[in-house]
Design a protein around this ligand. Sequence first.
Ligand SMILES: *[C@@H]1O[C@H](CO)[C@@H](O)[C@H](O)[C@H]1NC(C)=O
Ligand SMILES: *[C@@H]1O[C@H](CO)[C@@H](O)[C@H](O)[C@H]1NC(C)=O
Ligand SMILES: *[C@@H]1O[C@H](CO)[C@@H](O)[C@H](O)[C@H]1NC(C)=O
Ligand SMILES: *[C@@H]1O[C@H](CO)[C@@H](O)[C@H](O)[C@H]1NC(C)=O
Ligand SMILES: *[C@@H]1O[C@H](CO)[C@@H](O)[C@H](O)[C@H]1NC(C)=O
Ligand SMILES: *[C@@H]1O[C@H](CO)[C@@H](O)[C@H](O)[C@H]1NC(C)=O
Ligand SMILES: *[C@@H]1O[C@H](CO)[C@@H](O)[C@H](O)[C@H]1NC(C)=O
Ligand SMILES: *[C@@H]1O[C@H](CO)[C@@H](O)[C@H](O)[C@H]1NC(C)=O
Ligand SMILES: *[C@@H]1O[C@H](CO)[C@@H](O)[C@H](O)[C@H]1NC(C)=O
Ligand SMILES: *[C@@H]1O[C@H](CO)[C@@H](O)[C@H](O)[C@H]1NC(C)=O
Ligand SMILES: *[C@@H]1O[C@H](CO)[C@@H](O)[C@H](O)[C@H]1NC(C)=O
Ligand SMILES: *[C@@H]1O[C@H](CO)[C@@H](O)[C@H](O)[C@H]1NC(C)=O
Length: 424
Amino acid sequence: MKPWSSLALLSILVPSALCISNYSATCTIPAGNGSDDAPAIRQAFHDCGNGGHIVFQQNTTYNVDTVLQLHNLSNVQIDLLGTILFSTDVRYWIQHGSFYWFQNISIALEFSGDNITIDGHDTGIIDGQGQVWYDLALAIGGLYGRPIPFSLRNAKNSVAKNFHIKQSGKWNFVIIESQNITADNIVLTSLSDDYQANPGNLGNTDGFDTLYSDDIRIQNSYIDSGDDCVSLKPGSTNIQITNLTCVNTAGIAVGSLGQYEGQFDLVENVTATNVTLIGSRNGAYVKTYMGKRTYYPPQGGGNGTGAVRNVAFSNFNIQNITAAPVLLQQCSHWAGWDVPACADYPSTGFTFQNITWTNFTGWSNEEVGTEEVSLACSPKSTCVDLSFSGIDVKPYNGSAATYTCTNVDGLSSGCQAANVTTDS
Ligand SMILES: *[C@@H]1O[C@H](CO)[C@@H](O)[C@H](O)[C@H]1NC(C)=O
Ligand SMILES: *[C@@H]1O[C@H](CO)[C@@H](O)[C@H](O)[C@H]1NC(C)=O
Ligand SMILES: *[C@@H]1O[C@H](CO)[C@@H](O)[C@H](O)[C@H]1NC(C)=O
Ligand SMILES: *[C@@H]1O[C@H](CO)[C@@H](O)[C@H](O)[C@H]1NC(C)=O
Ligand SMILES: *[C@@H]1O[C@H](CO)[C@@H](O)[C@H](O)[C@H]1NC(C)=O
Ligand SMILES: *[C@@H]1O[C@H](CO)[C@@H](O)[C@H](O)[C@H]1NC(C)=O
Ligand SMILES: *[C@@H]1O[C@H](CO)[C@@H](O)[C@H](O)[C@H]1NC(C)=O
Ligand SMILES: *[C@@H]1O[C@H](CO)[C@@H](O)[C@H](O)[C@H]1NC(C)=O
Ligand SMILES: *[C@@H]1O[C@H](CO)[C@@H](O)[C@H](O)[C@H]1NC(C)=O
Ligand SMILES: *[C@@H]1O[C@H](CO)[C@@H](O)[C@H](O)[C@H]1NC(C)=O
Ligand SMILES: *[C@@H]1O[C@H](CO)[C@@H](O)[C@H](O)[C@H]1NC(C)=O
Ligand SMILES: *[C@@H]1O[C@H](CO)[C@@H](O)[C@H](O)[C@H]1NC(C)=O
């Protein structure tokens, strides 16, 4: 663009930008009439998104058929008293969701700006109508465009609280490139109709995900979603997780790291405490890709590097877990076929330092889950100051729990050498 044309653009934009700043305005979004309410929602954010107050009315359903990118907000209070109902037009969402490069995710609703409060007052609902996506994802592995129904993206000093996200098509609540965010008293539920018949159905329905975000609190929330309860992905720093109940999830995860060749993935300064896991796959775990890229992200990948430092998991109440509650593995891969054995290409160039697991109590599933601790560190990575204490997750059948640790330096207690480098 030539310099004069950007100036011309500015002179058009500036006056209208001045008009929308009304520091006392309240915008009550009109009740939906069955057609797409996204235009009315956009109008409200345009009129009241800077210093104003926006109300989604109670007992009102807002149909959202088109993507919402609610950007450049500031000092705004949003009362989400009613329901936001996303359409099931898969063709539309696959083509029009907001793209983000990490794993090519697609977002249906995103908020960005400074000092945004979104308060559902315990009546607000965001309904992703995900069944159509669960069914489609069964037929099409790695299906692109499954919409994420809620995201704070490029937001700071903001709070989201007291609402319920249900039937998310993919990950539920995503925090991207944001700083100083609190998620408080959030309910996330994603339950597939045919979950019993197709237990793989609910893949990729994480509860909370953080990406390239700093100073984040996730607290006092209930998650029943089928995949990771919380997943701290690359660039997650200074994260505090407390008082979560996670039902039928994969647990609290750090990962996936190392998926993008040539990229350094950092996760640093994390505490997760007072977490109840019911019917979980794992407990608190760290996972990286292997040291050779096989296919490309979003499904394939590998051979990235990184560091996970200063992570403390404590006070986990665990009921009916199916795999190791304490787990570090370096062989994640979802490409599905032709993936080399992990032992052939262990991840390279990772540092795991000061990761602790303390006070994990409970019991494991009757069928499986006699392993309590599995720390498989790559011989080409550095694992130092990893420790666990007070891990007492009893095998349901009374058999002895096993501890397996590989290539971990200076481990405090209990671990036997496993003589393997493969993921267990
Ligand atoms: C701000 O909003 C109030 C209430 O809607 C209205 O009365 C007032 O005229 C608006 N002021 C400006 C400058 O738009
Ligand atoms: C919404 O519905 C509930 C239950 O019917 C009712 O108690 C409440 O008063 C309604 N709120 C509004 C604002 O109409
Ligand atoms: C944040 O926004 C609220 C209105 O939602 C306002 O009352 C408060 O003063 C703002 N905080 C700062 C630091 O500007
Ligand atoms: C973080 O955000 C909260 C809520 O908006 C605000 O009250 C607080 O001052 C912010 N903290 C910093 C360090 O800016
Ligand atoms: C934990 O979160 C739940 C909501 O999931 C809430 O009811 C409870 O009061 C919280 N406990 C504490 C100690 O804050
Ligand atoms: C991993 O990536 C590096 C570049 O970041 C490259 O030099 C190396 O050959 C790759 N290793 C494998 C096993 O592909
Ligand atoms: C992690 O915490 C340490 C100690 O408080 C601090 O020095 C470091 O800068 C923090 N890391 C990040 C990425 O904020
Ligand atoms: C965790 O729970 C314990 C016991 O209920 C409580 O004393 C502690 O303050 C909680 N920790 C956090 C960070 O909320
Ligand atoms: C280890 O990590 C924990 C949790 O983030 C932190 O509180 C502690 O200061 C770290 N220890 C060192 C020696 O950095
Ligand atoms: C251990 O964790 C449980 C919750 O799982 C909690 O009730 C208990 O207070 C914790 N014990 C200590 C010593 O913190
Ligand atoms: C444990 O979970 C399995 C499903 O994985 C379920 O069939 C079983 O009833 C649960 N056991 C108990 C005691 O809740
Ligand atoms: C590991 O290998 C050594 C030497 O072959 C053997 O003595 C030891 O029992 C093995 N450990 C396990 C846990 O299998």
